[in-house]
Design a protein around this ligand. Structure first.
Ligand code: NAD
Length: 259
């Protein structure tokens, strides 16, 4: 990894704790030589994120940003502009659906829960990409990537409206890639196999999903934070310079299997 992203400035959105996928990506980018900045969603998560950021170095900035608050997104990018003047990498690793929408049957999804899930899990990528664009133009291009899941294209029990949100997110990746490509800005998604994180615990039957993965995936194992980190490092680096608008599966091959 050494030097793969040396000198690149990367903003990582979505660290809640050390199990977060965003933290796995952060560690890989740090090892590759990138300079990092983080957000934290709210005061409750601040201390966690502060401590993790400090473990990477004394001067790794963290900024408050709940993506449902446009003023906080504006403030975050204004701070980055002041600090770095440019941006090379943007990692979007966040999602949310109200618990009621995940507990019940999909057919009972309420319109307000649908809106919340799609706003936070899909629209937020548009919101941050729009603010990142001028900073990436100044860097002569950039790499944006987000985290998705197979529930976007298959009906995974318990994933419910989150699957619809991930379908929207993947379409968003394609439209953003088409829009921003002329500026040298690449936009991709990593479709991760299941990993036990805070967000994953909201999905009913999650431990069963982990078990089935291990039994049926070609590699006969679950993926790790480090597996996703490696793919993130690749997408952040110039090694992936010809790749945009794509969904890269990091799932031990599970998605290719039939019955
Ligand atoms: P996580 O709970 O560690 O991270 C989710 C993050 O979303 C948290 O940091 C949380 O603060 C943030 N978030 C939620 N609402 C927000 C808001 N309004 N504003 C700002 N931030 C907000 O869980 P994770 O599994 O690391 O999730 C990261 C991403 O990976 C999500 O998009 C998730 O859907 C995706 N993903 C996870 C898995 C898995 O099995 N864990 C598999 C595929 C994809």
């Amino acid at each position: 990894a050494a030097g793969l992203v040396a000198g690149k400035k990367a903003l990582i959105l979505g660290v809640a704790n050390k199990r977060s996928i965003a933290w796995g990506i952060a560690q890989a980018l740090h090892a590759g030589g990138a300079e990092l900045a983080f957000n934290y969603q709210n005061e409750r998560l601040r201390e966690n994120v502060e401590e993790l950021a400090r473990s990477l170095g004394p001067d790794v900035p963290i900024y408050p940003c709940d993506v449902t608050r446009p003023a906080e997104i504006d403030a975050l990018f204004a701070s980055l502009e002041e600090r770095w003047g440019r941006l090379d990498v943007l990692v979007h690793s966040l999602a949310y659906a109200p618990r009621e929408a995940l507990d019940g049957a999909f057919v009972d999804t309420r319109p307000e829960d649908w809106d919340t899930a799609l706003q936070i899990s899909a629209y937020s990528l548009v919101a941050v990409a729009r603010r990142a664009r001028p900073l990436m133009q100044r860097a002569g291009g950039g790499s944006i990537f987000t985290m998705t899941y197979l529930g976007s294209e298959r009906a995974v029990q318990g994933y419910n409206v989150m699957g619809v949100a991930k379908a929207a997110l993947e379409a968003t990746v394609r439209y953003l890639a088409a829009d921003l490509g002329p500026d040298g800005i690449r936009v991709n998604a990593i479709s991760a196999g299941p990993i036990k994180t805070l967000a994953a615990m909201g999905v009913k039957g999650f431990s069963n999903i982990l078990k089935v993965m291990e039994e049926r995936a070609p590699l006969r194992r679950n993926v790790t934070q480090e597996d996703i980190g490696g793919a993130g490092l690749f997408l952040a680096s110039d090694l992936s310079r010809g790749i945009t608008g794509t969904v890269l599966f990091v799932d031990a091959g599970y998605h290719i299997m039939g019955v």
